[in-house]
Design a protein around this ligand. Structure first.
Ligand SMILES: Cc1cc2nc3c(=O)[nH]c(=O)nc-3n(C[C@H](O)[C@H](O)[C@H](O)COP(=O)(O)OP(=O)(O)OC[C@H]3O[C@@H](n4cnc5c(N)ncnc54)[C@H](O)[C@@H]3O)c2cc1C
Length: 290
């Protein structure tokens, strides 16, 4: 099948992209790496009137770490972010998650921000972004707003972006030195689409858990944070029994969807195992002996 006809506009800056979205109306779409959008066009799941190509917008390609905050622009490819020293230092959880997302040639074109905007419910990058407590910067002509990752993901392929908004940047505040991280994923074969993922950050203080974040994908229509389990872990010594209980707690209220890759029940069991494994690894990396 061929893609339906569409107009094409290449822009050279974020401002031009926002102006183009305003001018071209609600049926125009941003083209970033094209690794999800172009296959969708080919099978006619999407039929935008225009594509606004941000691939050559110089002010969207940045990857910078200032004052403990990592900033990734909308045109920065997954490969460039995953191999960037500022990212591996400030957000190793994100770097790990990216390295699991598809194959290297895909990551050379696909963008981190594009994966966030696409909001596939099983994808790796949104889970890592959610666990990291990231902030998303949405831009439209003449204005910008910040959206927390907690509020950004609203359902399968649905986000808090409004008509005419470009997702310009993702910002991740660095967790303190000594934080342990772990990204776990189950997929049916190496480098294939994830079925379930778990992203975890753990900070210890004097042998107890000072701060912890747990997020999962593939268990709901959007990536989810395990707030209750985080609450139960905070202030406690990370024994293997506690981490196992927290993993149960993280998935207890979930009612995952079923599809050809796994039933809801199966996804829930896999998620429990992955969260437990990720908590154990992250705690060990943080200097604990779980
Ligand atoms: C063979 C193959 C394997 C893959 N495996 C995986 C995998 O294992 N895990 C995984 O997570 N993904 C996987 N992908 C998807 C891939 O990682 C995509 O790169 C990613 O999902 C989207 O990023 P992109 O830059 O390519 O976005 P595009 O495809 O260009 O855009 C995707 C959607 O997001 C919108 N969008 C993009 N950027 C913005 C922005 N800045 N502002 C507003 N809207 C925007 C577009 O309009 C479009 O609707 C795979 C793709 C292929 C082809």
């Amino acid at each position: 099948m061929k893609a339906p006809p569409f107009g094409y506009r290449r822009v050279s800056s974020a401002a031009e992209a926002a102006d183009a979205l305003r001018e071209l109306g609600s049926d125009a779409r941003i083209l970033a790496g094209g690794q999800s959008l172009l296959p969708m066009l080919s099978v006619r799941i999407a039929s935008p009137s225009h594509l606004v190509d941000i691939g050559r917008a110089d002010d969207l390609r940045h990857i910078t770490a200032d004052n403990g905050s990592l900033r990734i622009g909308a045109a920065a490819t997954q490969w460039s972010v995953e191999n960037d020293q500022a990212t591996t230092a400030a957000a190793p959880l994100l770097a790990d998650a990216i390295s699991r997302a598809g194959q290297v040639p895909i990551r050379h074109r696909g963008t981190v921000v594009g994966s966030i905007a696409h909001a596939d419910p099983s994808a790796e990058i949104p889970a890592a972004v959610l666990a990291s407590g990231a902030t998303l910067i949405a831009a439209s002509t003449g204005s910008e707003r910040e959206i927390s990752a907690d509020d950004f993901f609203q359902g399968p392929y649905m986000t808090a972006l409004e008509e005419g908004e470009l997702l310009r940047e993702v910002r991740i505040d660095r967790w303190p030195d000594g934080t342990g991280h772990a990204f776990e994923e189950f997929s049916h074969s190496h480098e294939s689409w994830p079925v379930v993922t778990a992203a975890v950050l753990v900070l210890l203080n004097g042998g107890t858990i000072d701060r912890v974040a747990i997020a999962m994908s593939g268990v709901d229509g959007r990536p989810v944070r395990a707030g209750q389990a985080e609450h139960e872990l905070t202030g406690q010594a990370p024994t293997p029994e506690l981490l196992a209980e927290a993993a149960q707690s993280a998935t207890r209220d979930l009612e995952p969807f079923s599809d050809v890759f796994g039933s809801g029940r199966y996804r829930k069991r896999v998620a429990t195992a992955l969260v437990r494994r990720a908590l154990t690894t992250a705690t060990t990396r943080a200097g604990g002996g779980a």
